[in-house]
Design a protein around this ligand. Structure first.
Ligand code: AMP
Ligand code: TRP
Length: 335
């Protein structure tokens, strides 16, 4: 019998905190858009992960919708992908519980993100949600029989845990989960802060000059790039102490497809002012259509609601089978 090969499945999500930056765009969204034609993709706004740290409810609600709007503005097509709010599919929380019962305190304590987020804090003030965060992420992934997970390098340890949990469950209960692979994009450079270029550009940085959001106005983008921290040397090249320039080169490279070597050659003998203007121009042009679509979509609340409602239904349908299988395997009575 001929077997019809199914498309590989992809799952990814961004936590609705702060603002979507050019780092998220280059490291995640731009690739997601490329993947949507080749794979069956689910892209989620992980609101349940967001509440692992205190949120102001009204702001969170606004931000969740805003993130979905920005996913679409970047070019993700709600017809082609499952696009939804994590909390709209209860199966995520349900599977997370089962996986939690199969996770160890030890392995969760070794997660670097947990260690970073709880540094200098007393146990009494560390939320348990921060600790179990990666288990919920594993549930997100395993629930859809995901083959590939496009994330930045900073999330690889979490992905490794998802793999471990899948393998452990399969070994104990029998084949249940697809063991997912990480998918690091080739262009997905790690974009650094414009103000402290040895630190990752973070969407929750206190200093807005440290990041460019994907909906920043062109003038603001130019200003932020002009004031990006560089060095007093005059060479547009990589090297010790040149993280600022290297970061601007990565941004330009990720957008234009040029390699470091090509950029170095092109800007030999040119000054930082010229280079920064060119970087700014390519960022502005790359983000111009994103911003335009965003402004248009933002006012169409009815459409957005229709997208996330349809997304929730598709997500529930796509995950039903696996959750049912898991419930059966662990020994729950079928209802
Ligand atoms: P986060 O902003 O940490 O919620 O990350 C959401 C997604 O964007 C993940 O896939 C990250 O790896 C990616 N990402 C976040 N910040 C950056 C950055 N500065 N450079 C490249 N990718 C990033
Ligand atoms: N933890 C991820 C981040 O901070 C977000 C996330 C939650 C995620 N669930 C996921 C990413 C599932 C990929 C797959 O970037």
């Amino acid at each position: 019998m001929e077997t019809v090969e199914r498309k590989k499945r992809i799952f990814s999500g961004i936590q609705p905190s702060g603002h979507i930056t050019i780092g998220n765009y280059i490291g995640a969204l731009k690739n997601w858009v490329k993947l949507q034609d080749e794979y069956d993709c689910a892209y989620c706004v992980v609101d349940m992960h967001a509440i692992t740290v205190r949120q102001t409810p009204a702001d969170l609600r606004k931000r969740c919708l805003d993130f979905l709007t920005q996913y679409i503005a970047c070019g993700l097509d709600p017809q082609k992908n499952i696009m939804f709010m994590q909390s709209h599919n209860p199966a995520h929380a349900e599977l997370a519980w089962i996986l939690m019962c199969n996770s160890y305190m030890g392995e969760l304590s070794r997660m670097t993100q947990f260690k970073d987020k709880t540094k200098n804090k007393q146990n009494e003030s560390i939320g348990a949600g921060l600790f179990t965060y990666p288990v919920l992420m594993a549930a997100d992934i395993l629930l859809y029989g995901t083959d590939l997970v496009p994330v930045g390098i900073d999330q690889m340890q979490h992905l490794e845990l998802a793999r471990d949990l899948a393998i452990r469950f399969n070994n104990y209960y029998g084949e249940t989960f697809t063991v997912p692979e990480g998918y690091l994009s080739k262009t997905g450079a790690k974009i650094m802060s414009l103000q402290e270029p040895t630190k990752k550009m973070s969407k929750s940085d206190e200093n807005p000059k440290a990041y460019i959001t994907i909906t920043d106005e062109p003038d603001l983008i130019v200003k932020k790039i002009k004031s990006a921290v560089t060095d007093s040397d005059m060479c547009i090249c990589r090297g010790e102490g040149k993280e600022g320039i290297e970061n601007l080169m990565s941004i330009m490279g990720a957008i234009t497809g040029k390699t470091f070597e090509e950029i170095e050659k092109e800007y030999q003998g040119k000054n930082y002012g010229v280079f920064k203007s060119d970087v700014a121009e390519c960022v502005v042009e790359e983000l111009r259509p994103v911003r335009e679509r965003y402004l248009q979509l933002q006012s169409d609340k009815a459409y957005l609601e229709q997208v996330y409602k349809a997304g929730a239904e598709k997500a529930q349908l796509a995950s039903r089978k696996i959750l049912r299988k898991v419930y059966k395997k662990v020994g729950f009575i079928e209802k």
